[in-house]
Ligand binder design. Structure first.
Ligand code: AMP
Ligand code: MG
Length: 399
């Protein structure tokens, strides 16, 4: 659209200036979930470190079963202990996780056995190697277990622990400054005089910043004045890596973000070809990056996910900033698409398709809470029921 910048062009400018925070710190693996790994991790050991049983049962030599299905129970091996070499014609009572005794080549599960005195009767012969977990079958010594640039999930720290890693090198947390412009804003719990609204963006944006593991500096509501805006900008720039604000980036009389950032640093003002969320500001104050989001609650939510998210992920050190999308079936019609790329609030239904929230107005925050994600719909593209659309689930956008 004329005079408007495409989402992709804006993202390119935004991301080309994003540098990962330089500082790396070692944190206990127990506390590393949610952090971004700064160096690849290799294993110095095999996992499992020894051949062991995957079942409660009996370890035996298959060749012995050719002669008789009755074997003497010569030893008992519990998890955490070590057996001895299996003598011919004998079996070892064995439990899940216990080391396979030398000489054994299969485990028969106890459900297929009967015990008669000090002998076990094997009613169903196991296959070769059955129920044996071999050394290194999960992780090989020297192999990479986790790549650099990965945001660690609980299972990643578990994997690190399984090879004995106690601390992990991660990028330091990004310091994210937030403030909210608008003389109309009040906080829940405060009275709401005529003309006022509650500052919902503070909750939405701060919640998002928390999900992404930021160190949050929340400067609260800033009055619509140039002085107040400049003052908080200076403070935030000294304390933060990135400043994200809501409101005040239009060109109305009360929109002081633009002149304030220009006075304290430098600024690009964009009109983005997207809906919701046309105005967006991007700049720098001191060493801090600045992203000014529109005030409309749905717009600030969507622009955070579309622009702040990848920028933040990149400065956090994540190697992957593109959200994964799914081609999903629209169970709705969208006959009058906008001339701008649209991000529609949709919900997954039990039939595996997507339903549309009936009101796609950028002030209707209910749509975002009802939805499971966004449909990324190209400009001017009508959607007919049954067609595939590009679906960005929150579950992918939130990681
Ligand atoms: P602005 O971008 O400042 O022109 O604001 C656009 C719209 O969003 C106006 O209706 C504002 O009242 C509303 N708005 C601005 N900031 C917030 C906020 N923090 N929470 C909820 N609504 C807001
Ligand atoms: Mg405003």
């Amino acid at each position: 659209m004329k005079g408007l910048l495409s989402v992709d062009a804006a993202l390119e400018v935004l991301l080309s200036g994003a540098r990962p925070v330089a500082d790396i710190e070692d944190v206990p693996a127990l506390e590393a979930t949610g952090r971004v790994l700064a160096r690849p991790q290799r294993s110095t050991m095999d996992v499992p470190p020894m051949d062991n049983s995957a079942m409660d049962g009996y370890a035996l030599r298959l060749a012995d079963l050719q002669k008789s299905n009755k074997l003497k129970i010569a030893q008992k091996i519990m998890a955490g202990s070590v057996g001895k070499e299996l003598s011919r014609g004998t079996a070892a009572r064995i439990f899940t996780g216990a080391p396979i005794p030398p000489g054994a080549d299969a485990v028969v599960m106890q459900e297929f056995c009967a015990v008669e005195g000090d002998e076990v009767v094997v009613k169903k012969s196991p296959k070769p190697a059955e129920w044996i977990r071999y050394t290194g079958s999960d992780v090989k010594k020297g192999g990479e277990i986790l790549p650099a640039g990965k945001r660690l999930l609980p299972q990643d720290t578990g994997l690190a622990a399984s090879v004995g890693i106690k601390t992990l090198p991660v990028f330091r947390r990004v310091r994210l400054g937030l403030f909210f412009t608008g003389d109309e804003l009040a906080m829940p719990g405060d009275p709401l005089p005529p003309g006022r609204i509650y500052n919902s963006n503070r909750f939405t944006l701060r919640g998002l910043a928390e999900l992404f593991g930021c160190e949050i500096h929340d400067y609260g509501i800033v009055p619509d004045s140039l002085d107040a805006t400049r003052q908080v900008l200076r403070r935030a720039a000294a304390e933060c890596d990135l400043i994200v604000t809501s409101g005040g980036v239009s060109v109305g009389d009360a929109d002081f973000v633009k002149p304030a950032v220009e006075a304290e640093g430098s600024l690009l003002m964009w009109k983005i070809a997207m809906k919701p969320g046309r105005p967006l500001a991007f700049g720098k104050v001191g060493d801090a990056a600045f992203i000014g989001l529109p005030g409309n609650p749905v717009s600030s939510f969507v622009t955070f996910l579309v622009f702040v998210r990848p920028f933040l992920l990149k400065i956090q050190g994540n190697s992957n900033v593109e959200p994964r999308s799914i081609n999903a079936r629209a169970d709705f019609d969208w006959p009058e698409p906008d001339a701008r790329r649209e991000f529609l609030r949709v919900k997954w239904n039990a039939q595996g398709g997507l339903d549309l929230y009936p009101t796609q107005d950028s002030a209707v925050l209910t749509s975002t809470a009802w939805a499971d994600g966004l449909v990324d719909n190209p400009a001017r593209q009508a959607i007919r029921k049954g067609e595939l659309v590009r679906f960005l689930p929150y579950s992918e956008l939130y990681r």
